[in-house]
Design a protein around this ligand. Structure first.
Ligand code: HEC
Ligand code: HEC
Ligand code: HEC
Length: 458
């Protein structure tokens, strides 16, 4: 083979692997993960252990929460970390594995090196490559000393569970794992070796967590042709600029004022990650489980570090401008002068909670006016939420979780498109109109009930 042919073969294999693992783009993972199992794994630390061992295990427990290992490695209603959660891909399901210390079915006989190879390099104990649904491209940025703490926790802090792994539902030949090796070669960074402590700077600590353990970019960064994250570190515009996952837009977290975090203070970001809400916004979709399983367990210092780092990200759209409040829509709704289908649908179905002013109720019903979530160009999240409703995260610091009903069997595709178009162009909001076609596509993709049949909407 010539060099060119080899490159082509490698590339097409990488593409096959990429397709197999489109997995991630459609991951069922966060949506079906356990709601409150995080605390369930009891420590196994025994009296024979030294205080240093116990401290290492506790450090590992904290890092495992920051890394959200439980979200993927626990099946719905399953035992913590025993695996078996199905992650959908267009060619079949991939199942997460048992990472409890059970020797026969889990990772009890993994050496530290084998554990490190799986977590940071995507290589299983038997030498085969893992699907990148396991976010080892992010974990490659975790320091060896932190991986040691994780290892101590998984060996001694987690209850062993005997539960055999399921093989993927992917059919041969797509089930062959060797092409994943080329995917790794093309897209996975080398695991870091620098184990020196980080300088005492919250921004450096924040970047370390965001890029590594917390793998925020696995959801929030757009993906390329091989379904690789387009950027794994801040490149000035793409990193964390938004990606669709599990039928939701994991939106732009960069400095844009309109649809990013430009108008969020560091305190807002911390409140959101800790309690799942700010005065004006609430986590929904895949972010709900991230808050419940992971970020609410992080220390305030780490959350402030994450916020400080996120605030350093320049806007994705350098030419973007801030939104300005505009009272016209609220005035028209109150006077009853806007008779459009979007306005009428809003008054009938949404205004009771989100109000005619679109400002909602602080900490209870999020604001739609000037909301960064509402003003994202891609309306996927909003359509999904209106069709299926949502429930705020359930956290230690904010235990009351308000819900929004789903409207899939009440509103037609046209109604959903009109009401969202109304919301996205009122009170100062400025985002593209939503079409009935876009709603139909999301309705099908998220398996929402069929639209109601109405005489005027055949
Ligand atoms: C976004 C989902 C996701 C997260 C988060 C995740 N994993 Fe995984 N992990 C997977 C999947 C899926 C597999 C199986 C991949 C395959 O079969 O190729 C896997 C495989 C593994 C394996 C190797 C297979 C084996 O023998 O069990 C280990 C070890 C592992 N994960 C540990 C961890 C640890 C430790 C964490 C947290 C630091 C973690 N994972 C977080 C999805 C995830
Ligand atoms: C499993 C996928 C996933 C991961 C991992 C994830 N997010 Fe999210 N995130 C989402 C989705 C989906 C949304 C959109 C829904 C919403 O606004 O709550 C979102 C929304 C957000 C918002 C709200 C932004 C706004 O303008 O309304 C913030 C802030 C955020 N994420 C921060 C983070 C940080 C920081 C991390 C890493 C610690 C992270 N996310 C990891 C899926 C994810
Ligand atoms: C019963 C009260 C209620 C009604 C009625 C309601 N919502 Fe909501 N809405 C909520 C709650 C609660 C949330 C937060 C949901 C979550 O966190 O999962 C929310 C979230 C949202 C968001 C995300 C806002 C953000 O910044 O996070 C949008 C957009 C939205 N609703 C639009 C609508 C539209 C359009 C309608 C009418 C078709 C509607 N809502 C009806 C209570 C309601």
């Amino acid at each position: 083979m010539t060099m060119k042919k080899i490159t082509m073969a490698a590339l097409s294999s990488a593409m096959v692997a990429g397709a197999a693992w489109a997995a991630y783009a459609f991951a069922q993972e966060p949506a079906s993960a356990p709601r409150v199992a995080t605390q369930a794994a009891q420590p196994q630390a025994t009296a024979a252990m030294s205080d240093a061992d116990k401290a290492l295990i506790e450090k590992g427990r904290y890092l495992a929460a920051a890394a959200d290992c439980i979200a993927c490695h626990t099946a719905k209603n399953g035992k913590p970390f025993a695996g078996g959660l199905g992650i959908d891909s267009p060619i079949g399901k991939i199942y997460s594995t048992n990472i409890t210390p059970d020797k026969a079915t889990g990772i009890g006989d993994y050496t530290f090196q084998e554990f490190d190879d799986a977590v940071r390099r995507g290589v299983a104990k038997n030498g085969s490559s893992l699907y990148p649904a396991m976010p080892y491209v992010s974990y490659a940025k975790v320091k060896p000393s932190d991986v040691k703490a994780l290892y101590a926790y998984f060996m001694h802090g987690v209850q062993p569970v005997a539960q055999p792994n399921r093989s993927t539902d992917i059919m041969w030949p797509l089930s062959m794992r060797w092409p994943l090796r080329f995917w790794r070669m093309a897209f996975a960074p080398d695991a870091i070796t620098d184990d020196r402590p980080l300088p005492n700077d919250p921004i450096v600590r924040g970047r370390y967590l965001v890029e590594g353990l917390a793998h925020c970019s696995a959801c929030h960064t757009p993906r390329g042709v091989g379904l690789q994250e387009k950027s794994l570190t801040d490149d000035g515009h793409t990193f964390l600029s938004g990606g669709v996952i599990d039928g939701y837009l994991a939106k732009n977290l960069r400095g844009d004022s309109k649809d990013g975090l430009g108008t969020w203070s560091e305190a807002d970001i911390v409140a959101f990650l800790k309690g799942g809400r700010t005065a004006h916004s609430a986590a929904f979709g895949g972010m709900t489980e991230v808050v419940e399983n992971s970020t609410q367990h992080m220390s305030d210092a780490d959350l402030f570090a994450i916020a400080a780092y996120l605030k350093t990200l320049a806007p994705a759209d350098a030419a973007g401008s801030a939104l300005l409040p505009n009272p016209a829509a609220a005035t028209a709704l109150r006077a009853g002068t806007d008779r459009s289908n979007g306005a009428l649908t809003y008054v009938d179905n949404c205004a009771a909670c989100h109000r005619t002013t679109g400002v909602g109720y602080s900490g209870t019903f999020p604001a739609l006016a000037l909301s960064s979530a509402v003003n994202s160009d891609d309306p996927t999240s909003l359509i999904h939420l209106v069709l299926q409703g949502g429930e705020m995260p359930w956290t230690k610091s904010a235990p009351t979780h308000y819900g929004m009903p789903g409207f899939s069997d009440r509103l037609t595709n046209r109604d959903v498109a009109d009401v969202l178009t109304f919301v996205r162009s009122s009170w100062g909001n400025h985002a593209p109109a939503v079409t009935a076609d876009q709603v139909a596509k999301v309705r099908e993709a998220v398996k929402a009930s069929a639209q109601p049949i109405r005489a005027e909407n055949p």
